[in-house]
Design a protein around this ligand. Structure first.
Ligand code: SF4
Length: 457
């Protein structure tokens, strides 16, 4: 089955799951309320967003230079950079590091790129002991699912479902309260951190001017993964660059406000290879820079702005499509409005063109994007490219031909409402979908109303 067929099937299933929709709507409402509160910390929010947009624009226009600066500065500090064009290259490199270190225990903390390259499946298939140390990811991993939302991976799960899972995995009590649950999970994770040979984390930002890696989190697990393990592997997309250390101040605040509805997340680390005189920290500090289609997005001059995304997930929870169909329906690594742009750009219209239609173009995503990405227009540009590439189906071509003919004929527009309703229903009902009521055409056309009021032909 093609990605598009899978998508349609998953959407159909999600639309029948009203319980999931209610839960997603509740999570979205809670998130939006918290975001609004956190944003009050900005004296001039528009200025902050414009500055962030400009900084990311500068990065996108000079990415080649900034990446080389980052690599040179990291190497000067004793770190190592590995360039990976594809997920396969990244995974092969990780396996080599595991083998070289004869590592048995690996801890991983939250990272959307690990999901993108299929890290968990790969490492488990090779028989290594891998522990997801972020609570949300630990839960979805336990259910053998993908994250539902980039920032809140287990937002779709009920407390009962989570209790049952934790009871099976780490023997927590079934009627446990949230604070006790997190304590039990923390104790379990601690034991894993103490014996970890390798810690794998993502990165929120990479600083070009000093080769440092910035990670923002709430559970402290990234910090532990980088402190206890002998080898720290950071997997990051090439789009994570920020030019200077000074920029981090703005981006940490925007990320935590829009992403988690917090003024600042609990742990904000700026890490790099340890100095010779330092006792703590990993002996090996390796950054794997993953391309995986990002260069294709960069090559698209009018859409490279999509690389500015800081993965806050704010656009997801305001999107009427995401909140109705949920994160799993997309069937892609990145979901929601931004995923509808980047997946077709990075991996080709052939496979992901349908995602660009998963939008009502209401524009709400543009309003909440901290880096002011013109999301709704990029979605339209994807649709344009899809048509220019000749990917329209015969049905779509016929529908638009008929629509144009009808709209350009006064005689047709003035026909009786029953004929117009019947014709529209025949032509568009399937595309409109069984879940929504088909709109009824007004009794009188605009021309008829005008004539009644002002006369004329
Ligand atoms: S597109 Fe903007 S709002 Fe959406 S996840 Fe990226 S940064 Fe956040």
């Amino acid at each position: 089955m093609s990605a598009e067929q899978n998508f349609h099937q998953a959407v159909k299933k999600s639309l029948q799951n009203t319980e999931l929709q209610t839960r997603t709507a509740a999570a979205a409402a809670k998130h939006q309320f918290a975001v609004a509160e956190a944003l009050k910390q900005f004296a001039d929010l528009e200025l902050a967003r414009n500055r962030a947009k400009y900084i990311k624009w500068r990065v996108n226009e000079n990415l080649d230079k900034y990446l080389i600066d980052f690599e040179a500065n990291l190497m000067r500090k004793g770190g190592k950079v590995i360039w990976a064009d594809t997920p396969q290259t990244a995974l092969a490199e990780i396996e080599q590091i595991i083998k070289k270190n004869q590592a048995k225990h690996i801890v991983k903390s939250k990272s959307s790129i690990c999901n993108e390259i299929g890290l968990n499946e790969f490492i488990k298939a090779k028989g290594y002991d891998l522990t997801e140390t972020d609570l949300g990811d630990f839960i979805v991993d336990g259910f053998n699912e993908k994250p539902f939302h980039g920032i809140l991976p287990a937002a779709h799960k009920t407390k009962e479902e989570i209790n049952n899972l934790l009871n099976q995995k780490i023997s927590t009590s079934l009627d446990i309260e949230l604070n006790e649950m997190t304590k039990d999970v923390r104790d379990y994770m601690r034991s894993k951190f103490f014996k970890a040979d390798i810690g794998i984390t993502g990165a929120n930002f990479l600083i070009a001017e000093n080769g440092m890696v910035c990670i923002s989190e709430n559970e402290g697990n990234v910090r532990l993964a980088s402190a206890f393990a002998k080898t720290h592997i950071i997997i990051a997309g090439i789009d994570k660059i920020l030019p200077t250390l000074q920029d981090v101040d703005l981006f940490f605040s925007l990320l935590s406000s829009y992403g988690n509805g917090q003024r600042l997340m609990a742990y904000n680390s700026i890490v790099g290879p340890k100095n010779l005189e330092e006792q703590d920290g990993a002996n090996e500090f390796i950054v794997i820079l993953v391309d995986n289609g990002r260069s294709s997005t960069l090559a698209s001059h009018d859409q490279r702005e999509a690389l500015s995304c800081i993965k806050c997930g704010a656009c997801h929870f305001v999107c009427p499509v995401f909140t109705n169909i949920g994160g799993h329906s997309y069937g892609s690594s990145y979901t929601g409005p931004i995923g509808s742009i980047t997946e077709p750009l990075a991996h080709g219209l052939n496979e992901y063109k349908h995602l660009s239609n998963a939008s009502t173009n209401c524009g709400k995503c543009n309003d909440v994007c901290p880096v002011k990405i013109d999301i709704s227009n990029h979605i339209i540009r994807n649709r344009r490219d899809n048509i220019n590439a000749g990917n329209e189906t015969t049905g779509e071509k016929l529908a638009w031909y008929t629509w144009t003919k009808a709209m350009l004929s006064r005689k047709n527009l003035n026909r009786s409402t029953s004929i117009k309703n019947f014709t529209f229903r025949q032509l568009y009902k399937t595309a409109w979908g069984a879940e929504k009521e088909f709109p009824k055409i007004e009794e009188k056309s605009f021309n008829q109303l005008w004539r009644e009021k002002f006369g004329g032909v």
